[in-house]
Design a protein. Sequence first.
Length: 174
Amino acid sequence: MNTLERELRSLQLFHGLDDEGAAKICGALGLSEFAANQAILKEGECIQALWIILSGECIVSRSAESGPEHPLAILNEGDVFGEMSFVRTAPHSASIRALTDVTACCYRRDDFLKLSQQHPDIALQVTSNIADVLAERLRRMDTWVCEIMARPDGRKHRSEWETFRSAVYTNWDF
């Protein structure tokens, strides 16, 4: 097992994979480097790939209907992004920009689909791990929304919360 495989095995994305599974995925990873302030993914584009930050720091931002981009999160070493477009053919919901020099691995969906045909057990584990990442993000968002609603001024945001809840939990189009 090489150094990269050893590092990646500690990440949630590789949880539960044996040496063979980790080696198969690592063999398909592309390595990319980005300079500080360089765009990595742009909101609205559709690049079906999963990215793993090996070093550096990125910012996730999204445009408002009218106005500038709003920062959503800061990503660091070991964090993943692109997972929503990786599992579902849809445009990126946010932009990712390098805040510092960044080195990242890229796992393309085409490589994942080949893996799923040849080794469905490995692909299932990776899919399960991606679902865990997404579920954890949703759990954190739910907690955050509940904390906002529990504030003394939370009642002022009740109608916004109702709209948000309706959009997130009902009428999913596929």
